[in-house]
Design a protein around this ligand. Structure first.
Ligand code: FCB
Length: 486
């Protein structure tokens, strides 16, 4: 359906067909002339261009300097869990090569870097005595970034839970893990907020909960029954809220905090008022257990009704904590979910991807550039979010170096160009997107896909760990440098 749909249909659907057919004196249509003007394709002044990584995917040094074991260490060390038996034991050895990596990030033209802090590096047992060497690593990293003109943005939980907390309390099954997460977050914020001014609490609630504790395909590899899973979902958002409060209590004034969620973004299959309304309802209900409760302070009626007897136990006080005021909302955007309006309840239908819908290298990665317009637009429209960051966007590609050693990743450039055009549309319409972090700076450990799936702007030759910028690195530098589509 979407494939048969042309730009012209879209113009008609949005009521601007007349604009497209009006030729100017130059022989171009009015719309084309407008697109040629640099300013119309620029991003707002001060827009933040950055790249992103996460601790377990890049650091290595899994048991050095007093670091405790994380659930991803345990999971990757369990035979059969990760493709080719890959692990994050060494990863990119970023823990030792961070200085070189910061210089590489600088060459990408990035002015911001989103990395994550490994909780078991800071608290090897999850709670109790901190490990000064762990904190020192992130302190040095922050210094190095700032000295290079790159603003550090830190994520506090990108899935590497201390294994001790999984063993002791069943991890996020217990509220105690949420409390421990808040203590750890407050501890880090107190010590690093003189230099790190932006903290993300939790990365992708949906992924670590649903895959880690529901499907069992991610660490810690559990398949919990519905009631326990719902309770765990509740504890995850509660942990986020508790961390927001702890950061507010301990960090320097003006420190900013928010989540980084992979919002399920409904994309109206055709841009008509009916389909747009359907995509909005889809987005609100599909994210009910995560972003919706965080931003509304209540579970939707449909969410509670569908949970039936498995409704999580929660108090009004929990809901207040979960919806603690935020400074911004971060969203990771990779795939669209096409939605259409239907007459029957609930008024929307999520469409299946057609068999030939194009994908990038990861089997899950259906392409839909419009998602980078609709996802932030839903945040602004549904919940009046005033500051939005795209905390992740990017793609895996085959990435074979050519004879000259360079990866000519034309597909990644195509992907980026298309997605960024839609992001530019969002900012041009006044949707308050403040920055974009590309996933990822460098190829890295792509969870259960191991090292076989490459998401970087910089190629990593794993046997030697040599880093070489891909063609897309030049593309990114061009966009970031000009603050403009390229
Ligand atoms: C996101 C994860 C990130 C990376 C990208 C490709 O879901 O947050 O760590 O694996 O996907």
């Amino acid at each position: 359906m979407a494939a048969e749909f042309t730009r012209r249909d879209l113009a008609k659907a949005t009521g601007s067909a007349a604009l497209c057919s009006l030729a100017t004196s130059t022989g171009k249509t009015a719309a084309q002339s407008k697109e040629d003007q640099p300013s119309t394709r620029s991003f707002p002044d001060g827009f933040v261009w950055g790249t992103a990584t996460a601790s377990y995917q890049v650091e290595g040094a899994w048991n050095e300097d007093g670091k405790g074991e994380s659930i991803w260490d345990r999971f990757a060390h369990t035979p059969g869990k990760i493709k080719n038996g890959d692990t994050g034991d060494v990863a990119l050895d970023h823990y030792h090569r961070y200085r070189e990596d910061v210089q590489l990030i600088k060459t990408l033209g990035a002015r911001a870097y989103r990395f994550s802090i490994s909780w078991p590096r800071i608290f090897p047992e999850g709670t109790g005595a901190p490990n000064p060497k762990g904190l020192d690593f992130y302190s040095r990293l922050a210094d190095e970034l700032l000295a290079s003109g790159i603003e550090p943005f830190a994520t506090l939980y990108h899935w590497d839970l201390p294994q001790t907390l999984q063993d002791r309390w069943g991890g996020w099954e217990s509220r105690d893990t949420g409390n421990a997460f808040a203590d750890y977050s407050g501890y880090v914020a107190e010590r690093l907020s003189d230099r790190i001014r932006h903290f993300f609490t939790i990365n992708e609630f949906t992924t670590f909960v649903e895959l880690g504790y529901g499907a069992g395909s991610f660490a810690p590899g559990l398949k919990l029954p519905p009631a326990r899973l719902n309770q765990l979902r509740h504890h995850a958002v509660l942990g986020h809220g508790l961390a927001v409060q702890a950061i507010r209590a301990k960090a320097r004034q003006g420190t900013k905090v928010g989540p980084a969620e992979n919002i399920a973004a409904g994309v109206p299959v055709i841009e008509t008022p009916q389909h747009i309304a359907a995509a909005e309802s889809y987005t609100r209900e599909t994210n009910a257990g995560y972003l919706t409760v965080i931003l509304e302070g209540r579970y939707t009626d449909a969410f509670l009704a569908s949970a039936e007897a498995n409704v999580p136990k929660f108090s009004p006080e929990d809901l207040k904590v979960i919806s603690s005021p935020l400074d911004f909302v971060g969203i990771n955007v990779y795939v669209p979910q096409y939605v259409r309006a239907i007459d029957a309840a609930p008024g929307y239908e999520a469409l299946k991807f057609s068999k030939s819908h194009p994908r990038m290298a990861s089997p899950w990665h259906f392409i839909g550039p419009e998602s980078l317009y609709w996802a932030p637009r839903h945040l602004a429209k549904l919940w009046s979010v005033k500051d939005i960051y795209i905390t992740e966007n990017g793609c895996g590609a085959a990435d074979d170096p050519a004879a000259d050693g360079i990866v000519y990743d034309t597909d990644r450039i195509m992907f980026l160009r298309s997605y960024l055009a839609r992001l530019q549309r969002a900012t041009a319409e006044g949707i308050p997107v403040r920055g974009y972090f590309h996933w990822s700076s460098m190829d890295n450990f792509e969870w259960t896909a191991g090292y076989g799936t490459r998401f970087g702007l910089i190629y990593v030759d794993y046997p030697s760990l040599k880093r070489t910028p891909k063609l897309s690195a030049s593309f990114f530098r061009e966009v970031a440098g000009r603050n403009h589509e390229a």
